[in-house]
Design a protein around this ligand. Structure first.
Ligand code: HPA
Length: 315
């Protein structure tokens, strides 16, 4: 991707948005089923662009991700905000540079803070379906294996060749997020903090893959977010990451067929204390269902976060 392509997308948008959106400093990437936030925006102030019409944007292909960029005023403080409703994933066949293209366009529009939301599966057995997790670190197998959005020629105008990513998720923004969650009435036990593991998908994890990710320190797993966060941090955008837990991930070993046959034939009696967790396997309907149920809370939380941020700007 050339600098000129990012610039032409930003120019296309700037030419069409009214003056008050030239001061847009906040962006929100809406994950699976979380695009409802834009319905809370006053209709008369809303401006929408289909991704397909913006230079350099590829089209989103996932059900539940409609694919548009929306400008509007968010919350009681009427913070000018740009929303990505729908995002791009590696599993759709896009390159990681295509997936993260919009983030640099947001930078060129003036965005300083990015709220990234997603749906994810829980690896940590204490995390319940419906909990909201504030991300405090990440782990990307795809990134470590070479699918980094920063691979290739560095665009120095955006950031450095070698990026320090150890403080990707801004501490003060995380504190504001917890304050917002409590303020809108989300129970302290339903809002968590932890590590997001990024996988390329589209398969949900095998049991062994899930155990591997858990052993590596991850609390949840999903197929998005990290590439966007890397690009945002590269160009100095502050990041808040919010994960909605939509399903448990099976980490237990499955039934042992050999033990069962030996027992059936009376050769040896072996107690198999592993649970058959077949019924717990992740499915996309479950992800969408949980998102729909809990999305309202997540939306209230993001709105309140925007108000708190307007009152307490984070340098
Ligand atoms: N794994 C990966 N991605 C996901 C999951 C999951 O269990 N749930 C929602 N997105």
């Amino acid at each position: 991707m050339s600098e000129a392509l990012y610039a032409s997308a930003a120019k296309y948008l700037k030419e069409q948005i009214p003056e008050h959106y030239h001061a847009v400093r906040l962006a929100v990437i809406c994950g699976s089923g979380l695009g409802g936030l834009v319905n809370t925006i006053e209709q008369s102030t809303k401006i929408e662009f289909a991704y397909a019409d913006i230079p350099g944007f590829v089209a989103s292909t996932v059900a539940g991700h409609s694919g548009k960029l929306v400008f509007g005023f968010l919350g009681d403080q009427r913070t000018p905000t740009v929303f990505m409703v729908g995002r791009f994933h590696l599993y759709e066949g896009h390159t990681v540079q295509e997936c993260t293209f919009p983030v640099r366009v947001l930078k060129l529009l003036g965005v300083e803070t990015l709220v990234v939301t997603n749906a994810c599966g829980a690896l940590n057995p204490e995390h319940k379906v419906g909990d909201i997790m504030v991300i405090n670190d990440h782990f990307s197998l795809a990134g470590m294996a070479g699918e980094s959005p920063l691979r290739g020629k560095n665009l120095d105008a955006f950031g450095p060749r070698f990026l320090a990513i150890s403080e990707a998720y801004n501490y003060r923004l995380r504190k504001l997020a917890f304050k917002a969650a409590l303020k809108v009435g989300i129970s302290k036990d339903d809002v968590r903090e932890g590590v997001y593991a990024h996988v390329a998908g589209p398969c949900y994890e095998s049991r062994t893959e899930a155990r591997f990710l858990r052993m590596c320190g991850a609390d949840v797993v999903g197929m998005s977010t990290v590439p966007e966060v890397v690009i945002a941090r590269h160009c100095g955008i502050k990041v808040l990451g919010l994960s909605l837990i939509t399903n448990p991930v099976v980490t237990a070993r499955g039934k042992d067929a050999k033990k069962e046959v030996l027992t059936e034939l009376g050769i040896e009696t072996v107690v198999d204390d592993e649970v058959d967790t077949e019924l717990m396997k992740a499915d996309h309907e479950e992800v969408l269902e949980t998102s729909a149920r809990r999305a309202d809370d997540m939306q209230s939380m993001v709105k309140c976060f925007a108000d708190l941020l307007a009152e307490n700007p984070v340098a």
